[in-house]
Design a protein around this ligand. Structure first.
Ligand SMILES: Nc1nc2c(ncn2[C@@H]2O[C@H](COP(=O)(O)OP(=O)(O)OP(=O)(O)O)[C@@H](O)[C@H]2O)c(=O)[nH]1
Ligand SMILES: [Mg+2]
Length: 404
């Protein structure tokens, strides 16, 4: 589920944070020699000193040769005196060595160690506008390619920019920080679903059934979803009745009746070609009479642009006065799903969305953006063909599924 969006979002965040961390490390290595300069200067100084000693010793060697020739004891003594003068007394030399060692031991950890530990432990990185711009196009592309609506893509990028640029983040946890920010933004974009199960339970007290009308284009998964919801309600000890409101498509009534038989749930049906509004009305009447908690009304698939067919569903909505009108769309359709919801919303006013076939949706962008664009919450995700393959939509669960 949503594999492509997940992998590409993760690798984008990884590349972005890695690039920033690498840059920082490069800066650090460039800085090191600067921090060491004092030590280097010292080494240089002592090398120079050595050189001077050697140079000053050279004439002595020459003198040594001369001495060999002259073999004068007096001159040998003079050389010894001179050497001592250059090198200093053995005591002096030792003191200098100790002093050098001490300075090295105290200055090195004090300066180098301190900076290194400081950077490693509380080292921060700042993301510049230039850094962000460099990676912005990749993010835009990956979102659009994974069915995220343009409007939502722009919103994500804008908010991410606000939350990242010129802000300091711990260098070590940069990836986690970027992922957290992305997660926050995605949760902001998703619309919080209402608790439909609670709403059904609440209506029980009125003695009237909670009525749900399902609509959507052909083959989007309406009938299968109704069966899944019915089973879920049954597990919650909520009784329901199904209304075979698709009186148009061949075998649609039998399809719903078969689900009813399997689930041991009553199905109210009429003839093919009969008025679907009256089927819904009959089902509500039966539910009220038998104290059934919920009525699920199936309808024929229709395009959101087919004016005549939309008129028909408007009549069903008027006659049955459902508590909730749910649009059922395929998760894999991307921007088309958004257009479909808008069409049905204009016609009957949609309260919630169920996205089916999320199990075969690699992209995930429809689930991410349909709510934001239409301002309608996703209530459930269909995740397979079996009855139990339906999930209550949850923002946290969704961001978890993206691995951020
Ligand atoms: N993989 C998968 N398949 C699904 C899911 N929901 C429905 N389907 C399949 O989608 C196909 C169409 O499902 P239906 O329930 O008949 O769709 P419909 O919207 O009622 O179709 P019409 O009545 O013709 O408009 C069937 O083969 C279902 O098994 C789902 O969540 N995942
Ligand atoms: Mg159907």
């Amino acid at each position: 589920m949503f594999k492509s969006l997940k992998e590409r979002l993760q690798s984008w965040a990884k590349n972005f944070s890695k690039k920033k961390q690498d840059e920082e490390e490069l800066e650090e290595t460039e800085e090191k020699p600067a921090k060491q300069s004092k030590k280097d200067k010292k080494a240089e100084k002592s090398a120079k000193k050595q050189k001077t000693k050697k140079e000053r010793n050279k004439p002595d060697n020459r003198k040594g040769k001369k001495d060999k020739k002259s073999k004068g004891r007096k001159q040998e003594q003079k050389i010894e005196e001179e050497q001592q003068e250059i090198e200093g007394s053995p005591g002096e030399q030792e003191a200098e060595n100790i002093e050098e060692k001490e300075t090295e031991q105290t200055e090195a950890p004090k300066r180098l160690g301190f900076f290194q530990r400081f950077r490693e432990k509380i080292g921060k990185v700042k993301i510049s506008e230039k850094d962000f711009e460099e990676y912005k196009d990749d993010l835009e592309m990956l979102l659009l390619e994974n069915n995220v609506a343009l409007e939502v893509t722009e919103k994500i990028i804008e908010t991410l920019k606000e939350k990242l640029i010129d802000k300091e983040f711990p260098k070590k946890d940069l990836l986690k920080e970027i992922q957290n920010v992305l997660r926050e933004i995605i949760e902001e974009v998703l619309v919080e679903p209402f608790d439909i199960l609670q709403a059904i339970k609440d209506k029980r007290k009125t003695g009237k059934p909670y009525v749900i009308l399902f609509c959507g284009i052909n083959g989007s998964g309406k009938t299968t979803t109704i069966a899944k919801v019915a089973e879920m309600l049954k597990k919650q000890k909520i009784s329901c009745i199904l209304a075979a409101g698709d009186t148009f498509r061949a075998a649609s009534i039998e399809q719903l009746k078969k689900h009813g038989e399997r689930l041991n749930i009553e199905v109210v049906a009429n003839e093919y070609g009969s008025d679907p509004a009256s089927v819904g009305f009959d089902a509500i009447k039966a539910a009220t009479k038998n104290k059934i908690d919920c009525v699920l009304i199936d309808t024929a698939g229709r395009m959101h642009t087919a004016k005549n067919l939309l008129k028909e569903i408007e009549k069903i909505a008027r006659v049955c006065a459902p508590d909730t009108k749910i649009f059922v769309g395929e998760s894999i359709t991307g921007n088309d799903a958004l257009e479909q919801v808008k069409g049905f919303d204009e016609s009957i006013g949609i309260d919630g969305i169920i996205l089916t076939k999320a199990d075969i949706d690699e992209k995930g962008g429809t689930a991410l953006s349909v709510g934001y664009v239409t301002k309608k919450p996703i209530l459930f995700l269909g995740t397979g063909q079996e009855y139990h393959e339906i999930e209550l939509f949850n923002k946290k669960k969704f961001t978890d599924s993206l691995g951020i």
